[in-house]
Design a protein around this ligand. Structure first.
Ligand code: ADP
Ligand code: MG
Length: 256
């Protein structure tokens, strides 16, 4: 088990946004977190990733307790995430955005000591790694030198993932990565997720509303509703769960 939460709870004043959630992710697997808007999915991500300190509960990553650690320590432990609303440095180029992610490793001296690189060589390594990650995430060749804010929406989404990968995570948490993508981009995204799992050997947690994508790519699905875990299981189990249909799946056609 790579990630394991027990009783994770998050409050905003009187509102219990995440209520006593147990959640597990195995290494090299894709797990989805689904549920209606306001269910607490993003808040759960923010809590695991160290943007919020849990009001209660335990979060272990690779056997170590990480609940309440500052964000940068959680990144160093090997958890990277993207945001529901894209957060790139719009006035930096695509390549520079990715390099920001890489520096979380180089500044710690890890890359330098492993590769025994002097500072200038390290800079070259960071540039090369940045280009590799842009390729891997299929941000087109010419885009590396363009300002992030000038890229298409789909490419900005992929750039954000490239920047997350630059921190060399073992667990990648993606908050609604296909929101705003066209059907073609969403279909391609299924293959991309498989590549992350099978070639990069990553575990991926996905918050996602596209049920075709969720059902196709997930090994396990957890359903949140009003902060609580409503159900958990394989795609087939979730698809036929009456409570999930009532609380979420059956209402999907009424969504915007
Ligand atoms: P989801 O991602 O499942 O749509 P969120 O985690 O964004 O849900 O929100 C869960 C609940 O917590 C909602 O009622 C939301 O309004 C509330 N909430 C989220 N973030 C904050 C915040 N920073 N302060 C106060 N309330 C918040
Ligand atoms: Mg959300």
């Amino acid at each position: 088990m790579l990630l394991q939460t027990r009783g994770v709870t998050q409050r905003f004043g009187g509102l219990v946004a995440v209520d006593d959630v147990d959640f597990t992710v195995e290494a090299r697997s894709v797990v989805s977190l689904i549920g209606p808007n306001g269910a607490g999915k993003s808040t759960f991500f923010n809590t695991v990733a160290g943007f919020l300190t849990p009001a209660a509960g335990s979060i272990t990553f690779d056997g170590e307790e990480i609940a309440g650690l500052p964000q940068h320590k959680i990144v160093k432990a090997g958890i990277a995430r993207t945001f529901q609303n894209i957060r790139l440095f719009g006035q930096m180029t695509a390549l520079e955005n990715v390099m920001v992610g890489t520096y979380c490793r180089t500044h710690s001296g890890i890359v330098r000591s492993v590769l025994r690189l002097p500072a200038r060589r390290e800079e070259q390594w960071v540039l090369r790694r940045g280009r590799e990650l842009l390729d891997l995430c299929e941000v087109p060749g010419g885009a590396a030198e363009r300002l992030a804010s000038h890229l298409s929406y789909g490419h900005q989404r992929r750039l954000e993932i490239a920047r997350a990968l630059a921190t060399e995570p073992r667990l990648l948490m993606l908050d609604e990565p296909t929101a705003g993508m066209n059907p073609r981009e969403t279909a391609d995204f299924i293959e991309f997720l498989r590549k992350l799992r099978d070639e990069l050997e990553l575990a991926v947690v996905l918050i996602e509303h596209d049920m075709n994508l969720v059902m196709t790519v997930s090994e396990r699905i957890t359903v949140l509703d009003r902060g609580r875990k409503l159900a958990e299981g394989s795609p087939a189990e979730i698809r036929s769960d009456e409570r999930v249909i009532e609380a979420y799946l059956g209402r999907r056609h009424n969504d915007a």
